[in-house]
Design a protein around this ligand. Sequence first.
Ligand SMILES: Nc1ncnc2c1ncn2[C@@H]1O[C@H](COP(=O)(O)OP(=O)(O)OP(=O)(O)O)[C@@H](O)[C@H]1O
Ligand SMILES: [Mg+2]
Length: 258
Amino acid sequence: MSGDTASAGPVLEARNVSRTFGSVIALSDVNLEVRPGEVVGLVGDNGAGKSTLLKILCGALQPSSGQLLVRGEPVTFHSPKDSRGRGIEVVYQDLALATELSIVENIFLGRERRRAGILGRAGFLDRAAMARDAKESLDSLAIEISDVEARCGLLSGGQRQAVAVARAVRWGSRVLLLDEPTAALAVMEADKIGGLVNEVASQGVGVVLVSHNMPQVHQLCHRILVLLRGRIVADLRRDEIKVEDIVMWITGAALASR
Ligand SMILES: Nc1ncnc2c1ncn2[C@@H]1O[C@H](COP(=O)(O)OP(=O)(O)OP(=O)(O)O)[C@@H](O)[C@H]1O
Ligand SMILES: [Mg+2]
């Protein structure tokens, strides 16, 4: 993270966010901030509330109480469409792309470019321009996929994830929410997604990364928030801790020893 982005205000903030499902308290009084260019890790045991928090940040779920702010301005998201309009994109492992469509089609899905048609008609899809643009989007993040006309179903899990991230960045995302991006990936691919996260952050995008891969979280994240049964129990600076410390917080052992 460069000096000037570190001093900028949060691009996305959750204040005192709680969420219940019937009698289950999934989140309790959670605070989270992410600044431009900052990678924030969100970790915790199964059921700790990580995905619930991410869903609230992107509008897929609404908080039972609490407030979201984008660049300091209070916002209410009724759906991920609302958050996307504010430059927030979420990427899930499985829901990332339409597998029957090509890379170009996925990047432009719902935003197709058309050439002016005759007699004021909508015109043809400008395929060549979209293909060039899609290739540029991949290149700008050093994603090595040569054929943007390839069907996404033929890509590996890591490549799909990379295309989904490229799409988010292409459309001006200022915050990227990643839920378990490397869960099903081989070591090499997980490393590539790591490189991609670094690249995206270096372009000033704030990233919230949910992961169970502690070495990777420690390597990639400037700050690590630990959720324990719906509460944030630690806000750790990467350079002040070791991987083992994160695990101690996740299990609650660090709390018990205080
Ligand atoms: N739609 C829902 N309806 C009822 N309970 C839910 C719902 N979504 C989540 N929960 C509950 O909220 C709690 C937090 O779940 P969440 O999915 O956020 O955990 P998580 O930290 O993402 O776990 P994991 O690491 O396993 O993905 C759990 O007790 C879960 O059962
Ligand atoms: Mg989850």
